[in-house]
Write a protein that binds this ligand. Structure first.
Ligand code: SF4
Length: 302
């Protein structure tokens, strides 16, 4: 029996839903029930009737699904699929930093471990970071872990003093001005969309800066027919499906190796064995849920 057919069969037997992040390979995206960004997928995880959630992504995403649906079994098919940027901010380091800045609010990007979220006042995504920081009553903000996203948010909030954690995403940080100019040279008519995890000088070149879901909205609404996609290369696959007839060009170096660890074979194995399971201590789940829920409340407001 072929892998895709067996995966479909097992999904039914295990009462499982398969979620895949926008940066997963096209083969994995095609096997998923839902494809999206980390927060959108965690929200689907919280609403689903499925008993098992198989999260094709990286560690912090599966943890967020577990925090929002603690009664469900959450499986991360590749236990080594870990986000290096999330690992750049540990709970111990953050606790020490907080002690030195008791007046500051901690805003944790969702790309953090559950233990770090548990220490935060609020979480944010790349889609709502500007709004979330603006809603915090404190003038001083500790923004973890992505210095590029934090610096981007600072552009919109000159009234805030944002302390930037020295973390970065190696995939987005690696997108250079030279490489973008080279792709632009080949596609002079294309609009340049970039993710706010990119370097400030790359952001300065863009026609549009947004999260991955924001890129889909922009590409659909735009009159342009061609786009350069300044984020992980496989985002172009999702964009091509969502906006057929338009053309999407990747920045070739922007590959996240951790996102590519999950394969159809590892998804199959995960469904067969229901491992590796994501587990978190109940007190961490409880403490990490509060900043995630506050973020979602802010997101629902104007
Ligand atoms: S693309 Fe960057 S932020 Fe996303 S999982 Fe990979 S390293 Fe982490």
């Amino acid at each position: 029996m072929n892998v895709a057919k067996r995966i479909q069969e097992l999904k039914g037997q295990r009462k499982a839903v398969v979620l895949a992040h926008n940066y997963q390979s096209p083969e994995v995206q095609d096997l998923a029930d839902h494809v999206g960004d980390s927060l959108g997928l965690a929200q689907i995880a919280a609403r689903t009737d499925a008993e098992v959630i198989v999260f094709c992504g990286v560690d912090f995403m599966a943890e967020s699904a577990k925090i929002l649906s603690p009664e469900k079994k959450v499986i991360l098919p590749e236990s080594e699929a870990m986000c290096p940027m999330s690992a750049m901010c540990t709970a111990m380091e953050l606790a020490l930093f907080k002690e030195r800045h008791p007046q500051a609010a901690v805003v944790a990007y969702v790309n953090t471990s559950a233990a770090v979220k548990a220490l935060a006042d609020v979480c944010c995504t790349s889609a709502n970071a500007v709004k979330v920081v603006g809603r915090m009553p404190q003038k001083h903000i500790i923004f973890v872990p992505d210095r590029n996203l934090g610096a981007y948010v600072q552009r919109f909030h000159p009234e805030k003093e944002i302390m930037l954690w020295p973390g970065f995403c190696q995939t987005h940080q690696g997108i250079s001005v030279e490489e973008v100019q080279e792709v632009r040279g080949r596609h002079p008519e294309a609009k340049l969309m970039v993710h706010p995890e990119c370097l400030p000088e790359v952001i300065d070149l863009a026609d549009h800066v947004s999260s991955t879901e924001g890129m889909i909205k922009y590409a659909k609404a735009s009159e342009a027919r061609e786009f350069i996609v300044g984020t992980e290369v496989d985002m172009t696959y999702r964009l091509g499906k969502e906006a057929p007839g338009k053309r999407f060009y990747p920045v070739p170096s922007a590959v996240c190796p951790n996102m590519k660890r999950t394969t159809p074979a590892s998804l199959l194995r995960a469904l067969e064995t229901l491992t590796p399971e994501v587990t978190l201590p109940p007190d961490v789940i409880k403490a990490a849920r509060r900043p995630l829920e506050l973020m979602m409340e802010i997101g629902r407001g104007n």
